[in-house]
Design a binder for this molecule. Structure first.
Ligand code: FEO
Length: 621
């Protein structure tokens, strides 16, 4: 029984589906079947565009007969002589005597190669060249040569009446038509794009230049519908398929992400590939993974056309690349993959060789950037090599501006219990500063080690001040302070004067020769400081023992070119070294001011009575 589809007045789909075929062309698995499209135009003349594969020719002839509705067949346009579209040609010429074959000269050669036809080619073959036309009544058919899309004899046909491009293999796909004929009847992106890509990459992928040439020719005519030899008819909005063809044929990736293909005999190469994938995912980089031993190469070829970065991880086998990986890489090179960034991982228990061999093959392709970062495993991944995986991930991430920072957790896989070593705090490159404030007639100051610039516009700084300091209360009350950055020439006496006693009981400026006041009226230490900065508090944050003041800079003066003193410099060069004592006491000494607390331990919440630093700044005697 016939099963045809009306495309529009006078134009029928008379093709057929094959869902029993296991391997298309003997290579490509087609679990979803395949359609062999054939179209019949019934104008004043009747024109058939291509025939069908032998497997479905019974249905095809039923369909053709029904659509012809008793009319004779005037023309068979052979756009592509590959047998999935032409196997029924010989029988067609017998069933429809007098039919004229319209084709390119190259096609005629192929017809004679494939068949021993009793056909008067001189009389009944119409050989067409680029832009030749055939008028069939209302319709004019324009023939456009499309060599190597997918074979050299291919041509496509443009019907200028209905603005239809009969596109041969171009714009086709694997997969049977399950009742639907038009692409807008299905969810292309969700359900069919993968198969369209797999079809393109594997069937026409090698011939990007030729496909681009066809796209260029097609862009010069007004196309409202595309009728390919496989898959759905496109009508109306053609951009979903045209845009994909523009990318694929230019070998441009559709998406940024990493395709990881691995060949692993005992799972160790897979392990390295998986850890790399985890690292990339942790950086928010998309990845897909394929085991080349169990995944059809056509799927990995398609994925390689989709993604921007490719990773090949392969064990060494017979001093070469593992067989299925070697097949894949050869296949990929044969399909002319270009414009990709590639990383390679190799494994070899005694003579790793697969990495260099993979790289050598891929260098045959255009614009393939092979990352220097690589990994060579000996049998299995060792923790000492995790940084090498991390380095590959980071090298890939350089092409992903929005990648998250590398997660060391993903590559170390060793999570130690959290602990706090207070000595780590001394690794900060703190400076040392004299902080001064004024409340009424009372001038005061203290030593602090935490002052930083927060913003430059507006110019803001922050300081952290221990609440036990008298200066802290003054700043809290007045909202103003000066800070002087001490320089390396600062003598220990300045630290003693401002750090070892409380301003509550003493005059911090007693005997000072430096009596300068800033514009805010607060005194500052103009000697042994390389700058003075005045702050007006804009905000404050209570952090228990300390308050963080954020202040607008109201004045700043450079006082000298001397280097700023650091915490480390102070300990190494300014603070007197403890002298050995005969009968050493048991206790703790303040590293800031030298105050000694006798006893076996420091009380909880202990603060140095002299300089107000906490227990963390004490060390055992
Ligand atoms: Fe569908 Fe190139 O044949």
């Amino acid at each position: 029984m016939h099963c045809t589809k009306l495309i529009k007045d006078g134009l029928f789909w008379v093709g057929a589906n094959d869902r029993r075929l296991a391997m298309f062309e003997g290579i490509y698995s087609v679990a979803g079947g395949v359609s062999y499209n054939s179209y019949l135009l019934t104008d004043e003349k009747t024109v058939l565009f291509d025939t069908s594969d032998k497997a479905v020719q019974h249905r095809f002839f039923e369909n053709l007969s029904f659509a012809l509705n008793g009319r004779k067949l005037d023309y068979i346009v052979v756009q592509h002589m590959e047998p999935d579209h032409s196997a029924s040609l010989a029988e067609l010429t017998v069933k429809y005597p007098g039919v004229k074959i319209v084709c390119s000269a190259k096609t005629l050669t192929f017809i004679k190669q494939f068949f021993d036809l009793k056909f008067d080619f001189d009389k009944d073959a119409v050989i067409v060249n680029e832009n030749d036309t055939l008028n069939t009544g209302k319709h004019t058919l324009h023939f456009i040569m499309a060599p190597m899309v997918h074979w050299p004899e291919v041509m496509v046909t443009y019907d200028s009446q209905d603005k239809i491009l009969f596109s041969a293999d171009a714009f086709g796909t694997f997969g049977a038509l399950n009742g639907a004929l038009f692409a807008d009847e299905v969810d292309f992106e969700k359900d069919y794009l993968n198969e369209y890509r797999r079809y393109y990459a594997n069937i026409a992928g090698k011939y990007g230049d030729q496909v681009q040439s066809l796209l260029e020719k097609a862009s010069k005519v007004n196309i409202e519908m595309i009728c390919p030899l496989h898959g759905f008819v496109w009508r109306g909005n053609l951009s979903p398929i045209i845009s994909k063809y523009m990318l694929w044929s230019a070998y441009q990736p559709e998406e940024k992400g990493v395709m990881i293909a691995y060949a692993s005999v005992y799972g160790n190469t897979e392990n390295a590939a998986e850890i790399l994938s985890c690292s990339l995912r942790d950086m928010n980089i998309k990845t897909v993974m394929f085991d080349v031993s169990v995944t059809p190469a056509s799927e990995i070829i398609a994925a390689s056309f989709r993604w921007s970065h490719l990773v090949f991880a392969s064990t060494t086998y017979n001093a070469g690349i593992f067989i299925s990986m070697e097949d894949l890489v050869n296949d990929l090179v044969a399909h002319n993959i270009q414009n990709r960034t590639v990383a390679v991982i190799e494994n070899g228990s005694w003579a790793a060789a697969s990495g260099d061999l993979i790289r050598e093959k891929l260098r045959q392709c255009s614009n393939i950037k092979i990352l220097e970062k690589t990994l060579s495993l000996k049998s299995s991944l060792k923790s000492s090599q995790l940084p090498e995986i991390e380095a590959i991930a980071k090298a890939i991430a350089e092409d992903f501006p929005n990648a998250a920072p590398a997660s060391s957790q993903a590559v170390t896989h060793e999570i130690k219990p959290a602990s706090i070593d207070p000595n780590a705090m001394f690794r900060f490159s703190y400076g040392l500063f004299v902080l001064t404030a004024k409340d009424g007639d009372k001038d005061n100051g203290c030593i602090i080690n935490t002052a930083i610039q927060v913003t430059s516009s507006p110019m803001r700084i922050s300081i952290a001040v221990n609440k036990a300091n008298y200066t802290h209360g003054m700043i809290l009350k007045t909202g103003a302070f000066n800070i002087c950055v001490l320089s390396e020439s600062a003598p220990f006496r300045i630290f003693q004067q401002f750090g070892f006693s409380s301003g509550k009981e003493t005059d911090k400026f007693a005997g000072c020769s430096y009596n300068d006041r800033a514009a805010n009226g607060i005194r500052y230490v103009s000697e042994h400081s390389n700058c003075m900065i005045s702050g007006k508090v804009a905000d404050s944050y209570d952090y228990g023992s300390h308050t963080i003041f954020v202040a607008d800079v109201t004045q700043s003066i450079v006082l000298s070119e001397e280097k700023s003193v650091t915490y480390q410099y102070y300990f190494d060069n300014i603070k007197p070294k403890p002298q050995p004592q005969k009968d050493a006491k048991k206790g703790f000494v303040c590293k800031i001011c030298g105050y000694v607390h006798e006893g076996g331990s420091l009380p909880p919440g202990f603060i140095c009575p002299l300089c107000k630093h906490g227990a963390e700044d004490f060390e055992p005697l």
